[in-house]
Structures are given as structure tokens and as C-alpha cells.
Design a protein around this ligand. Structure first.
Ligand SMILES: Nc1nc2c(ncn2[C@@H]2O[C@H](COP(=O)(O)OP(=O)(O)OP(=O)(O)O)[C@@H](O)[C@H]2O)c(=O)[nH]1
Ligand SMILES: [Mg+2]
Length: 368
């Protein structure tokens, strides 16, 4: 992470300096007026650009509070009853998503630049260039604040159950090999074996040889109904046949996030089923740019929430944290291994906070 301090006679000039030095993706950490009301009044901006994975997942040293404690408190215990039986109303498709604070800041930043007549020029008279001392070393306290801000934006939202009006219907979508089928089996096991729900599994994955066998095998072990939908109308008909169950889990085929035709096809199939909630599956091992692209590609389906998989295959989660916060989608479930049904957690806010602050240690505390 690069953190820099900028100082200029006016806020607009200080923002120009930030943009020149760090580009449009810079995040404003603080914005202060110095010597307010005097002839020397200036604006000071602390801005950051990207950040270092380790700085975010490792326990950080707070400069004022001293080293972070190593004997962290145990992660919060799950309240299984938290999967409430509240009828869930689908968000209207036109409802705008809440904006992140960083986007607001960037908007203000761009507005100031636009008011000044487009792209920033080289710093003019009155603007103070950041001194070499100003290109300060990353400040741990600021990194911690930034990290906590991001984590604070991440919400938990496991599925909820309808009581009267038919089953809750979810569809697992996402790129190839991220763990959609395995997660479908884990979710089925969780709600069927632990909560006694009536669960049906449906597969839309006819692309890969053996894909439906994988789901069928899990269904057979758990003694759950399992059907395969080969055409769009099969899906709607299968859903209609299982209206008496509590939960229908649809497994879909994985495709490259750059294959937009695939997302269009899913959208087309899903449009035939009322109140279907897509859950986007993201692997913790995916690169930052790819995570960004995946979220963008599947946005058309208006995912209900995220499933974060393969937490066990890495020990650095800052990229994931940043992309989850940017996606503005809550997390429903997490998986951390291949074992069905064991390597699975239902997301809750305290755990997500603890996980993105402490990393793998938080998962170990939770599952052991
Ligand atoms: N280490 C680890 N492996 C996982 C996890 N979840 C799934 N896997 C493994 O990842 C591989 C792919 O999992 P699948 O569930 O078949 O993935 P998928 O998204 O359905 O794949 P496609 O249908 O081909 O797109 C399998 O070997 C799983 O056992 C996890 O949380 N951790
Ligand atoms: Mg699969």
C-alpha cells in the first residue's frame, strides 16, 4: 500500500495532486484544513493506493495501543437459529445499490476536477508539491483504519426461508471449478441434516461429463430428490414439482467469466422461475482482477449473496476482503475444504469481521 500526504492552498488543488500522483483509484483516507482562518490556511489530504495483502490479514500493530494481542478472543459462537423463517421480499430490480464511501469520495473528487475544467493540469502556482518527507512510510494506524472501514461494510446474509409461499430457491453460479457443486451439497446437508428442512437438488450442468453424477451421488447419500434440467422449461417444471419442499438448490455449469453468453443464458433460464436467488461463488484463490471481472460479469443476475470457497487454499485474504466490500454483496456461506458436509460455515457478521482481521486463525478457532 502506498500512503501519501498532500498539501495545497485549496482542496481542489490538493485533490489534483492526489490524482496526478496516485491516479483515479486513489482512496482518500483523510481531508483536513490546516491553520484554518489564517493567511496560511491549507488543505491536507492523506491518500492511499492499493494495499499490501499481508498488512490487511496480519494482526496489525496499532502505534498508539502497542502490539496487537496474540491471544485473540475466541470467535463468536454460531447461533444456528439465526437462519430465521422470515418471508423474504426480493429487492426491486431498479433499486440502486448503496454506494461505498470511497465511491462518494471519488465522485466528489471528479466533480471538483470537472468544475475546474476537465483533466488536471500540472500543479499550478499555489499548489504545494508533496515533499519527500510527505511521501511517508505506510502508517500502521491508517492501514488499520482503512482495513476496519472495509470490513465494516461487509454484511452477512445466509438464506431465509419462506413459510407459506413455496420453497426458497437458490442457484449457485460462478466460474469453473470454484466449488459450486460441492457447496450445493454442503448447503443441502446443512439445512437437511441439521435443520430438518425438505431439500431438493436440481442440476443445470449438462456441459461436463459426470457433472450431474457428482450432484446425484451427494443426493443419494443424503436421500434427497435430485433432478436434471436440460432445457429452460425443464427447470421451471422441476421447480413446480417440488413446491412442497423448503429449499430448492440449483447447481449450474461453470464457465469463464469472460463468456458473457453464458450469463445471458442463465439469466434467460432464471427468468422463468419466480423468486430465484442466485448465489455467486467466489474462490479465495482467485486474483484481484479476476474477482473484479467475475463480480462484474454476474452482476446481471443480481446475486442475492456470495459464497466464499477454498479459504483453506490460501492464507491471505485482503484481496478477497476488498473485492467483497466493493461488490456490495453480503456473504452467505464460507467453505474451507473438500469434506462434505464438514468444511462449511454459515456466515455471520462477527465471524466475517474476525476472519478478515485475523485470517486463517479465525477459521481454525471456528471449526475446531
Ligand atoms: N480445498 C478446497 N477444495 C474445494 C473446496 N470446495 C470445493 N473444492 C474442490 O474443488 C474442486 C471443484 O469443486 P466443484 O464443486 O466440482 O466445483 P464446480 O464449481 O462445481 O466446478 P464446475 O462445475 O466444473 O464449474 C473439487 O475437487 C472440490 O472438492 C474448498 O472449500 N476447499
Ligand atoms: Mg459443478
Amino acid at each position: 500500500m502506498i500512503i501519501k500526504r498532500f498539501e495545497a492552498a485549496t482542496a481542489a488543488k490538493a485533490f489534483e495532486l492526489v490524482k496526478n500522483a496516485l491516479g483515479e483509484d486513489a482512496v482518500i483516507l483523510s481531508n483536513k484544513t490546516l491553520d484554518k482562518g489564517t493567511d496560511h490556511q491549507r488543505t491536507e489530504i492523506m491518500a492511499a493506493m492499493d494495499y499490501d495483502v499481508e498488512n490487511v490479514t496480519e494482526p496489525l500493530v496499532d502505534q498508539e495501543a502497542g502490539p496487537a494481542k496474540t491471544n485473540a478472543p475466541p470467535a463468536a459462537t454460531y447461533n444456528y437459529a439465526a437462519v430465521r423463517k422470515v418471508a423474504k421480499k426480493k429487492q426491486p430490480t431498479s433499486a440502486p445499490r448503496p454506494r461505498l464511501e470511497s465511491q462518494e469520495l471519488r465522485k466528489n473528487f471528479n466533480r471538483i476536477l470537472q468544475e475546474k475544467g476537465g483533466a488536471p493540469q500540472n500543479t499550478g502556482a499555489g499548489a504545494t508539491k508533496p515533499s519527500s518527507a510527505a511521501a511517508a512510510k505506510p502508517n500502521q494506524r491508517q492501514i488499520k483504519e482503512w482495513r476496519d472501514k472495509l470490513i465494516g461494510k461487509i454484511k452477512a446474509a445466509p438464506i431465509r426461508f419462506h413459510n407459506q409461499d413455496g420453497p426458497t430457491i437458490i442457484a449457485l453460479v460462478g466460474p469453473t471449478g470454484v466449488g459450486k457443486t460441492t457447496s450445493a451439497a454442503k448447503i443441502a446437508a446443512w439445512y437437511h441434516l441439521r435443520e430438518g428442512k425438505k431439500v431438493t437438488l436440481l442440476s443445470m450442468d449438462c456441459y461436463r461429463i459426470g457433472a450431474t453424477d457428482q450432484l446425484r451421488t451427494y443426493a443419494r447419500i443424503m436421500r434427497l430428490p435430485c433432478e436434471v434440467a436440460i432445457r429452460k422449461k425443464d427447470l421451471a417444471q422441476a421447480v413446480a414439482r417440488h413446491q412442497n419442499c423448503d429449499l430448492i438448490i440449483i447447481d449450474t455449469a461453470g464457465k469463464s467469466p469472460y463468456d458473457t453468453g453464458h450469463v445471458d443464458e442463465l439469466h434467460n433460464w432464471f427468468s422463468n422461475v419466480t423468486d430465484l436467488h442466485p448465489l455467486l461463488v467466489l474462490s479465495a484463490t482467485t486474483k484481484k482482477e479476476d474477482l473484479e471481472q467475475i463480480v462484474k460479469s454476474y452482476d446481471q443476475l443480481e446475486p442475492h449473496s456470495l459464497i466464499l470457497t477454498k479459504l483453506d487454499e490460501t492464507r491471505t485474504y485482503a484481496t478477497l476482503c476488498q473485492q467483497v466490500a466493493n461488490a456490495q454483496l453480503p456473504v452467505g456461506y464460507l467453505t474451507m475444504g473438500q469434506r462434505v458436509p464438514e468444511d462449511f460455515l454459515v456466515a455471520d457478521k462477527p465471524f466475517l469481521e474476525s476472519f478478515f482481521k485475523k485470517g486463517w486463525g479465525a477459521v481454525e478457532q471456528k471449526i475446531n
